[in-house]
Design a protein around this ligand. Structure first.
Ligand SMILES: O=C(CO)[C@H](O)[C@H](O)COP(=O)(O)O
Length: 229
């Protein structure tokens, strides 16, 4: 997985048809998705339960590109090897999920995946200042994690602070929650390059009618890229 700072759209399959994940992954990729984002929730760190490593392994053959696994679980460390073995390219853990985030990021890299660290809206940018050389991606939550379809919370100042802290390190800034064509320019302008979109990516489409996925992805990308025009 090579590094670049172009805008990447990562549809979250939290908004897909739960009875048809393999076909949904293929459909969004065929319609222009750069990454596929998988929201893993445990009913403990967040108030919702979704998928585990077996589901990630099941959809892996249906994803040609990057499988981006966002762990909203606590503890994280006992499950890292299982998600890496399931084929995750990126594994992101929350800085709030445990006392030893250094150990977690090192374990993710040791397992062969890119290491991401996520921050809830209430967590300041400075909480990851000491992690910049241990991480490949910082995920800025623009909703309180747990559910799709929530209202976007403006984290522009945090994104700008992180972009300045990162400097020329090869670290992605990913935004997760409420991303759509209206909010995408705000986060892109602030310095984000990976935009997770659930509701706004899957809106109006289905595996039997995937064209709206393409329209949605193109609209988010054009809005984000438009800030540089
Ligand atoms: O991590 C998440 C929720 O915890 C989801 O990825 C996020 O909310 C995306 O969904 P939407 O675009 O519908 O807001």
């Amino acid at each position: 997985m090579s590094f670049d700072r172009s805008i990447k759209i990562a549809p979250s399959i939290l908004a897909a048809d739960f009875a048809n994940f393999g076909a949904e992954c293929e459909a969004v990729e065929a319609q222009g998705a750069d990454w596929v984002h998988v929201d893993v929730m445990d009913g403990h760190f967040v108030p919702n339960i979704t998928f585990g490593p077996a589901m990630c392994a099941a959809i892996r053959p249906h994803i040609k590109g990057v499988m981006d696994v966002h762990l909203m679980i606590s503890p994280v460390d006992p499950y890292i090897d299982a998600f890496a073995a399931a084929g995750a390219d990126v594994i992101t853990a929350h800085v709030e999920a445990g006392p030893h985030i250094h150990r977690t990021l090192q374990a993710i890299r040791a397992a062969g995946a890119k290491a991401g660290v996520a921050l809830n809206p209430g967590t300041p940018a400075e909480s990851v200042a000491h992690l910049l050389d241990l991480t490949d991606l910082i995920c800025v939550m623009t909703v309180n994690p747990g559910f799709g379809g929530q209202k976007f919370i403006d984290m522009g100042d945090k994104i700008r602070t992180l972009r300045a802290m990162i400097g020329d390190r090869p670290v992605h800034i990913e935004i997760d929650g409420g991303v759509d064509p209206k909010t995408a320019p705000l986060v892109a302008q602030a310095g984000a390059d990976v935009l997770v979109a659930g509701s706004a990516a899957f809106k109006g489409g289905s595996v039997s009618n995937p064209a709206p996925y393409g329209e949605n992805i193109r609209a988010i990308r054009a809005a984000a890229e438009g800030v540089w025009a």
